[in-house]
Write a protein that binds this ligand. Structure first.
Ligand code: PMP
Length: 404
């Protein structure tokens, strides 16, 4: 008899991480997404149109070596760091410095980097529910203890009182994601300012800093002329997490960064700690993407088009009888499932060749999530199918009658 140990983390990964992996491995979507061209695919933030031509040109240029060290080991190189910090200064009005930008393989590795830099085993990390799928497992893999804090279910805003109540002497970090996946909420400036006050008071009370990890993967995906207020403006113990996957809609090209707030105390020591953590698994982006970053900084997908798609879907689905939230930013529409069992309703949509993410996967049972990155053709094709699935659901009892 040979035992084959698997990390204990498999047993502690939370609802969303395990739920998403389950969905990836077993759902009808997972079987049909590659096999079938005709599906209307709203499941994740993947591109369904050809990439920006300018993106392709930049990558082609960056792939042509200009000197012998073009494909040498890349650390946090000066040109991409400068471009990223300049962009942060211009867009957010915060004095981010180049040396505080650590280049990563997307937001995921920036999150892991922040957590593994500051966490001692057994320390607690607060995250908001509904969450992005992987926060809970990332915290567990960094040997921390995930603590779930529900957002206000009426407004999807941060519940500051609940955050304050969840803080203990063992709390080491709080993850906040705005614009939010899946709710589309951008936390108002007043809320993020009060969050900073709350964290500072708690850090002082316990004599140990509670870090803010601000997941700003969507900080340029804003609708209706909205502005984004970075929580890192108000709080010195802040990490900013960014990804180029959203602005460019190229999530398979892994590029992002972690930035230390310019007011962070003892930054020289923190920079060293981040760098040591970054060497574990060599988390820096590949050479081509580092060379490309300064030019990629200036590119962005067509946000007006994304907003038109949002408006068409929100209006049409509401007209059909769905309850739909209007996102302020990020890629996702959130709608009430007409049946309490969101998996069952997702299957009714699948019967119409429409694929959505059932809400329970992001800890929102009774909802479904749709990504606005579906193509316009998919959106057009899907509209009659949404009406048909709602009618099918109507034949079951309790449509929209379930608890919120
Ligand atoms: N955070 C949030 C809120 C996200 O939605 C995503 C991707 N969907 C990520 C982090 C991970 O981004 P990346 O692909 O750059 O690792």
């Amino acid at each position: 008899m040979i035992e084959a140990p698997i990390s204990r983390h498999l047993d502690v990964v939370g609802a969303a991480s395990a739920g998403f992996v389950e969905f990836l491995m077993t759902s009808t979507w997972s079987k049909r997404r590659e096999a079938d061209d005709d599906i209307c695919d709203f499941v994740v933030g993947n591109p369904h149109d050809m990439p920006l031509p300018a993106y392709v040109e930049v990558i082609q240029r960056a792939s042509a070596p200009q000197d012998p060290s073009w494909f040498a080991y890349q650390l946090n190189e000066a040109a991409p760091r400068d471009a990223a910090s300049q962009s942060l200064r211009e867009r957010l009005g915060i004095a981010y410095e180049s040396e505080d930008v650590f280049l990563t393989k997307g937001a995921s590795s920036a999150l892991v980097l922040a957590l593994s830099t500051v966490l001692e085993p057994g320390e607690e990390v607060l995250f908001q529910s509904p969450p992005w799928f992987f926060y809970e497992s990332m915290i567990a893999f960094a040997r921390g203890v995930p603590v779930r804090v529900p957002v206000d279910r009426a407004t999807f805003d941060l519940d500051l009182a609940a955050i304050a109540a969840a803080i203990t002497p063992r709390t080491r970090a709080v993850i906040v994601n705005s614009p939010n996946n899946p709710t589309g909420r951008i936390y108002p400036p007043e809320t993020v300012r009060r969050l900073a006050e709350l964290l500072m008071a708690a850090s002082q009370k316990y004599g140990r800093a509670i870090y803010l990890v601000s997941d700003e993967a969507y900080n340029r995906i804003l609708f209706d002329g909205r502005r984004f207020a970075s929580p890192t403006a108000h709080y010195p113990y802040s990490f900013l997490v960014y990804s180029y996957a959203k602005t460019l809609l190229t999530p398979g090209q892994r590029l992002g960064y972690l930035a230390l707030a310019p007011s962070m105390p003892d930054r020289a020591r923190m920079r060293r700690a981040v760098l040591v953590a970054q060497y574990n698994g060599f988390g820096m982006p590949d050479a081509v993407l580092q060379h490309a970053l300064p030019e990629l900084e200036r590119l962005c997908i067509d946000l007006a088009l994304l907003q038109r798609r949002r408006d068409l879907l929100v209006e049409t689905l509401r007209g059909q009888g769905y309850e739909v939230h209007t996102p302020e930013g990020a890629f996702y529409l959130l709608a009430r499932s007409p049946l309490a069992d969101d998996s069952m309703f997702a299957e009714m949509l699948a019967a119409e060749d429409i694929f959505v993410l059932p809400g329970h996967v992001v800890e929102l049972p009774g909802y479904f999530r749709m990504s606005l990155t579906a193509s316009d053709a998919m959106v057009e094709r899907s509209l009659p199918g949404f009406a048909a699935a709602l009618a099918t659901a109507g034949e079951c009892s309790g449509v929209f009658g379930h608890d919120r």
